[in-house]
Structure formats: C-alpha cells, structure tokens
Design a protein around this ligand. Structure first.
Ligand SMILES: *Cc1c(COP(=O)(O)O)cnc(C)c1O
Length: 382
C-alpha cells in the first residue's frame, strides 16, 4: 500500500453532511456557507470569515481588498506554494522575496527589517508571511515592522489552521485571529488540515474589509441597502467593483464544517506523529533540521534535512513511500527568474531546498506505517 505525504480523512459523518446538503434547497449561497464561516471564525477567534472557492482565490481577494495595485511592492518568502506570490502579480504588484530563517524555515524577521529599513518608508505596500509547514510566524514582530514602515499584512495560514505563536505577554495567538494581520487566508484543498474538495477562507476583524471581500467574491455586486447609491426596489443591485465568482458551494461548506469539528483531534494526532519522528531521529547523525515538537505547530508537514536527498527520495518512492519536497524556491522558478531573481539571491532558502524532505504525516497514518517510514530511512543511511 502506498503511503503519501498527506491525505484527507473522510468519515461517515462527513458523507452524511454532504448528502443532507444535496437533499436541501440550496447547493450554493445557502445556509451551509454561512455556518461554515461562523464556525471557522469562532475556531480562529476572529470577528469575520468569508468563504471562497479556494486558497488562491482567498489570496487574490485579500490582495484586491487591501488595494494592492500595479507597481506596489509586496514582500514574501520564497519557500511557499506559488499561489502566495502569484496573488500579488494578479493585481499587477511586484513580488520582493525575503530569505528564510534556516532553523524555522519562516520569513527571517531580521532580513525583513533590513529590506524595509534600506528604502524610504512607503516603498513597500505589504508583507505576506507564511506559516510554512504549520509553524506559526511570530506575527507580533511582523506587525511591529509593518506598522513602523506603513505596510499591510496578509498572513498565509494555508498550512496552519489551529496553529498559534506565543506573544510577548505569553498569550497564545491563533493563526487567523487577525490581531496581528489585516487578513489571514486558509485553503481547504484535500491535502491541507480541513478538506472541502476545494475551498478557501479569509478571516479579518475589520468590518469594512469584510464587506469588501463579500462584494469581490460575487462580481463586485451588492444588494446591501446601506451600500446602494440608488434603490429601485427589492430586486435592485449595484456593481461597485470589478469582482469575480469566487463562491464556495454549500456542498463544500457542509464538508468543511463537518471536518472542522474534528480539526483539533487531527492536530493532536499530527503532533503525536511529529513526536514519534523526532524521537526516532533524535540521535541519528544523518538527520538534520529537527526542531523538536514545537508548541503551537500545526504540523501540516514534517520536514527533515538530509544529505543524498535525491537518492533518499528515490529510495522511498521505490518503496511506495511518497515523500515530497516543499518547496522549490519560488525565486528560482523560470517565471520569477524573468523578474531578475537568480541563484544565490536567497542562500538560506536554497540551502534548505538542497536538503529538505517532507515525510508522511496525516491523522490516519498508523504507527505501523510510520515505523516502516522510519526503518526505511535508517536502512538507507546504514
Ligand atoms: C495550498 C496553498 C495555497 C493555495 O491554496 P489552494 O486552495 O490550493 O488554491 C496557498 N498558499 C499555501 C502556502 C498553500 O499551501
């Protein structure tokens, strides 16, 4: 049996929830979307949540609602999925990469400050920190910099629903609570923590951003009497912005809400798997980059750094273990190289990429399967 690096977990309850929606009056824009948004906002401890068709749409709407325009510079990390940076380009903005911290793999706060402080205030419009692998960024530090240099913040928490960092007064700050970001985005692709088939969410504490997101999600059209410029009657609507159809269906939302109920038990199991890997590899001289079991980490990915990475990857695949590499640094993608980025620009990201492997981690991975992965890695190096 093949063991992937990540996998959804669908229960009978999930199936019942979807079937119930199929038998209801609404397949889209009905009560299931509203419920998913409310439950997700509660889960993140955020005031508002807007469900959209996928995580990329969430990023795109986040960028548009913060008024990122052609020529605006936005800083992000090269170790993320392409969609993070692409969303800036959709709006005509310019992506500026900031290297990662070699231990956390997250955007390096000191390098971020170097970039921001080496140009006049106002040079950079925004920052998109990514809670890579499920490890929450220290958003308090990012926010201090953003405030000082006049930047907005979109937190890409696609890997990290339920993750948190500990702030300077020793409080847990959950991803998506929107205290240290203008907007936070999530994805419900099956390989992420909560599967909706496809799906995404934006959370915020700002009512005006919330209303803007709702409008942009549906063609920039509103029926809200408080926003209408004229009002011809009950049928009347107005288009105020150039929006999109980025709606989530009720079928997907029902699955999302059902999955959300099990989100915390999924996190517990992921943490257990991470602990098992950590303990198994702790004394192995050929395994690097382990940081122990980090508090608040959502463990979307479990990453090790090794020599002979390519050979290990091939060996594991030959044994039906579908370990993965996350990610090829974005600044080295042919498309981004066209903007002048080149090898050597992001030494920490490039060094990380030459050694990283993401090992299987998902709630239904059994201890037996995990032992098989561990034993194969030991066999390979011994
Ligand atoms: C998955 C992912 C996205 C995009 O989400 P989709 O739902 O696949 O569009 C964006 N950023 C990161 C970090 C992701 O992992």
């Amino acid at each position: 049996m093949a063991i992937p690096y990540g996998k959804q977990h669908i229960t009978e309850e999930d199936i019942e929830a979807v079937v119930k929606t199929l038998k209801s009056d609404f397949l889209t824009q009905g009560p299931a979307v509203k419920e998913f948004e409310e439950q997700f906002a509660l889960y993140c401890k955020s005031k508002f949540a807007v469900a959209v068709s996928n995580g990329t749409a969430a990023l795109h709407l986040a960028v548009l609602s913060l008024d990122i325009k052609p020529g605006d510079k936005v800083i992000t990390t090269p170790i993320t999925f392409a969609a993070t940076a692409n969303s800036v380009l959709y709006a005509g903005g310019e992506v500026v990469f900031c290297d990662i911290d070699p231990h956390t793999y997250l955007i390096d706060i000191n390098k971020l400050e170097e970039i921001l402080s080496s140009s006049p205030k106002g040079t950079y419009k925004g920052i998109i920190p990514v809670d890579f692998a499920g490890r929450a960024v220290d958003m308090q530090s990012v926010k201090e910099l953003a405030d000082r240099y006049g930047c907005c913040i979109i937190q890409d928490a696609c890997h990290a629903p339920g993750a948190y960092f500990i702030d300077q007064s020793n409080h847990k700050q959950f991803c998506g609570n929107s205290i240290y970001s203008d907007l936070t985005v999530f994805s419900f692709h099956p390989v992420k923590h909560i599967a909706a088939g496809e799906g995404g969410m934006v959370t915020t504490n700002s009512e005006s951003l919330y209303k803007k997101l709702l409008m942009l999600r549906t063609h920039g059209i509103t029926k809200d009497p408080a926003l209408l410029i004229e009002n011809h009657g009950k049928w009347y609507y107005e288009m105020h912005e150039l929006g999109y159809n980025y709606r989530l269906t009720d079928i997907q939302a029902a699955l999302g809400t059902s999955q959300l109920r099990r989100a915390n038990s999924g996190l517990d199991r992921r943490k257990e798997i991470a602990r098992n890997y950590y303990q198994a590899f702790e004394k192995r001289p050929y395994i690097h980059g382990q940081s122990g079991v980090v508090e608040g980490h959502a463990y979307h990915l479990y990453i090790i750094e090794v020599d002979k990475r390519k050979e290990l990857h091939e060996y594991l695949h030959a044994n039906n273990i579908f370990a993965q590499i996350h990610y090829v640094p974005l600044h080295l993608m042919p498309y981004y190289k066209k903007f002048g980025w080149k090898k050597g620009d992001m030494p920490n990201a490039e060094n990380y990429y030459s050694k990283c492997v993401s090992l299987p981690i998902y709630p239904t991975l059994t201890n037996k399967e995990q032992d098989l992965v561990i034993n194969l890695i030991d066999n390979f190096y011994e």
